[in-house]
Design a binder for this molecule. Structure first.
Ligand SMILES: NC(=O)c1ccc[n+]([C@@H]2O[C@H](COP(=O)([O-])OP(=O)(O)OC[C@H]3O[C@@H](n4cnc5c(N)ncnc54)[C@H](O)[C@@H]3O)[C@@H](O)[C@H]2O)c1
Length: 350
């Protein structure tokens, strides 16, 4: 785990880096995809950028769906985009996942560049080529694997990101330490997120963890499943919220998922009690507990659509010590229910 792949560019001058990528790809037309927040806060940073077409969509997970894709595909069609045309996705994980999916499927695939502008998308979502949208209530249910032609990462974008969104991204950083790198986990635990002034260290470290795992298993047939630690139960909670008026960020759901799945690891004898307590108390230090949960029957239905399932069996990725994680672990319904109850009941005293 030493070097980022060649399509990932860390820069302090996003405009210049984008220009040199565009010179290299030499597209006949360029569209840029933004939401109302990245339009205001991020687009002005691309000072010399002259695209053919600006496509603006409404922000948020609730818009990460096929209906929004249709709006984007229609715009590209109206403006006669060809296979030589290019899409720049300027935004968080929603813009990156959905814009990438649109590009990967338009005319069987046009080049695209992701410029992630949230912490979560810089440390995780933009890396690894998983693209897609939610379908009905199921997270990332429709999608493809395809790597962006370039990923341009500039921590300067984070200066306008709301604190709640920064924290959401930090959940994936915690996950990277827990599943893959014990020294990183130590560093993370010594960190108070409100005190972080420079994000560069965490961004580069997390990108290297994710890129290393993905390189070993690009299509998630084995090892890559460890990146789903916290996401099996986390996604089911996040999915349920999608169908309600309530709002829960991806990282907040994953933080809850990591506590519940750490409890599963404890109950299965994969981790020691002391380590379990350390994990839970650190996550509790960063995140409030999510107290409104779907009924267990609903969680079961949502788990039934998890992409790691084998037949009708739900498979978990569970930590088994600092910086280490196993995958394809079968867990009983009773153990899942216990983990949920533990999470809901132990808020102030794990
Ligand atoms: N593809 C993957 O491997 C992968 C991995 C993890 C998560 N994800 C996905 O990522 C998504 C979550 O991504 P996210 O947390 O970036 O959410 P997001 O894309 O919804 O962005 C969060 C909010 O921040 C705003 N924003 C973005 N950049 C900003 C900036 N610089 N300043 C001010 N506001 C800004 C956005 O408009 C939005 O309102 C989920 O859909 C999740 O499933 C994908």
């Amino acid at each position: 785990m030493k070097k980022a792949p060649p399509n990932i560019h860390f820069t302090q001058n996003v405009s210049q880096q984008l220009q040199s990528c565009l010179t290299l790809f030499n597209p006949d037309k360029i569209a840029i995809l933004v939401d109302e927040n990245t339009l205001v806060h991020c687009l002005p940073k691309l000072t010399s950028f002259k695209g053919t077409l600006l496509i603006q969509i409404a922000s948020g997970e609730k818009n990460k769906n096929i209906e929004t894709c249709q709006i984007i595909w229609q715009k590209l069609t109206d403006f006669k985009f060809t296979r030589k045309s290019l899409l720049v996705n300027l935004g968080g994980g929603v813009i990156g996942d959905m814009g990438g999916f649109v590009a990967a499927t338009f005319k069987r695939g046009i080049p695209f560049i992701n410029i992630p502008t949230t912490l979560l998308s810089q440390v995780d979502a933009s890396i690894g080529g998983k693209l897609g949208v939610d379908f009905n209530e199921f997270k990332n249910h429709i999608g493809v694997f395809k790597d962006p032609d370039a990923i341009i990462i500039c921590d300067d974008f984070l200066s306008t990101l709301p604190y709640r969104q920064l924290k959401s991204g930090f959940a994936e950083i915690i996950k990277h330490g827990l599943i893959y790198d014990p020294a990183y986990w130590q560093d993370i635990q010594m960190t108070l997120i409100s005190g972080i002034k420079e994000w560069q260290y965490f961004i580069e470290k997390s990108v290297l963890v994710k890129a290393d795992v993905v390189k070993k298993d690009p299509y998630e047939s084995g090892l890559r499943k460890i990146l789903n630690f916290g996401h099996t139960l986390g996604h089911s909670i996040e999915s349920w919220y999608l169908d309600t008026e309530k709002d829960l960020l991806h990282g907040e759901a994953i933080a809850a998922g990591m506590i519940m799945e750490a409890k599963l690891a404890l109950d299965l004898g994969l981790i020691e009690k002391e380590y379990f307590k350390q994990v839970v108390s650190y996550i509790d230090q960063v995140f409030d507990r999510v107290m409104i949960f779907p009924p267990f029957d609903k969680i079961k239905i949502l788990l039934g659509q998890d992409k790691k399932n084998q037949g009708s069996t739900v498979m978990f990725s569970l930590i088994n010590g600092p910086g280490s994680c196993l995958f394809d672990i079968e867990v009983s319904d009773a153990q899942i229910a216990d983990a949920i109850n533990f999470y809901l009941d132990s808020g102030s005293n794990p």
